[in-house]
Design a binder for this molecule. Structure first.
Ligand code: UDP
Ligand code: MG
Length: 335
């Protein structure tokens, strides 16, 4: 058995470092994934810089162009003439999770803030996030205070997703927290050290642990353009999370298999006894057909679930890079 007296794990920052945080003015990196956000950048960046400049002695904004097909790259290139604004252009669309990872990899700040490019995550909340970091939190995440602005499909879907993914697991993914968050350098290093290719970030944040604190916020409306997460993509996204962060679907199948086997055994016993008591009778056609169809359906579903996991294993063992960088622009730090 594990001894009760094993030494406590070192906190991310030692006590002295924690005390020093209270008045610290850390350098800040902002990571912003952009896919076809040309209409938003000229609104977002002035607002963001107005927040960053008085807040941090040194800052940088890392904009990751995730294979945009509009003139987002040109807009970004123009912005990189300012010191502190940098871009990472990916060679194609790799998805938001990969773009975030690319941005985190490029970030050098003592704290890193991630936010969306569409102004739904208002930069004016960043000082509040930083205040929580000063109070000792290693990661501060913004939680939607209400989903009333969303469709019934999204609301029910979100509720179901969090119930399923958090069912009986050690790692609790906080419901309604998105990618709007501030992280200490230690948390960023921990995230980047995770080798998997399924970058379901909500799960990864929860998995690495550290002291996490929630800050309520109400997302603003998207400034320009439209959402990239249409219903089918959300369903796929949720499946990635579910398969990547729990194995209970497999466990459930095993248990169902056991239950069915028990049932079949009991029924067999019943048939034998009935034969001995009442002699042979050919009947029960309905039972047979229903039984066969039910078990065939269950086997197909089980095969599908196992296939989902095997597919993820296939993705992982290929060991392809998470993203490919086409070009980087910009340099220096903002002050
Ligand atoms: N995004 C991205 N790659 C994608 C899809 C989205 O980098 O393949 C970015 C997008 O530009 C935005 C953020 O991820 O900055 C959130 O996307 P969106 O606003 O469409 O999602 P929603 O807010 O509707 O969940
Ligand atoms: Mg959005």
């Amino acid at each position: 058995p594990v001894s009760e007296s094993s030494p406590p794990l070192e906190p991310a920052a030692g006590d002295a470092a924690l005390a020093a945080r209270a008045h610290a003015r850390p350098s800040i990196s902002c990571v912003i994934p952009c896919r076809n956000e040309a209409g938003n950048l000229d609104l977002l960046l002035p607002r963001l810089l107005a927040v960053l400049e008085p807040l941090a002695p040194a800052w940088e904004v890392i904009l990751v162009d995730d294979g945009s097909t509009d003139d987002t790259p040109q807009r970004l290139a123009a912005w990189t003439r300012r010191a502190g604004i940098r871009t990472v252009e990916l060679s194609r669309n790799f998805g938001k999770e990969a773009a975030l990872t690319a941005g985190l990899q490029a970030a050098r700040g003592e704290v890193v803030v991630m936010l969306d490019a569409d102004l739904q995550h208002e930069p004016e909340l960043i000082p509040t996030l930083l205040e929580k970091w000063r109070e000792g939190a290693d990661s501060v995440y913004a939680v939607r205070s209400s989903r009333a602005d969303e469709s019934l499909f999204k609301r029910l879907g979100a509720r179901g997703f969090y119930a399923l993914v958090n069912a009986g697991d050690r790692v609790e993914i906080p419901p309604n927290a998105g990618d709007f968050r501030l992280m200490d350098r230690a948390v960023v290093e921990a995230l980047l050290a995770l080798p998997e290719r399924n970058r379901f970030m909500k799960g990864l944040y929860a998995w690495v642990g550290f002291r996490a604190v929630a800050v309520p916020y109400m997302p603003a409306a998207r400034a320009a353009g439209r959402t990239h997460f249409r219903p089918m993509r959300l369903v796929n996204f949720a499946l990635d999370g579910l398969i990547g962060f729990s194995t209970w679907p497999l466990r459930l199948l095993t248990l169902t298999g056991f239950a069915l086997a028990l049932l079949a055994f009991g029924y067999g016993l019943f048939l034998v006894v009935e034969y001995l008591l009442h002699g042979h009778r050919v009947s029960g056609w309905t039972t047979i057909v229903v039984g066969i169809m039910f078990s065939a359906g269950l086997q197909l579903v089980s095969l599908g679930v196992v296939g989902e996991y095997v597919g993820r294993i296939f993705e992982e063992v290929k060991r392809r890079p998470l993203y490919i960088v086409k070009r980087r622009r910009g340099q220096g730090l903002g002050e």
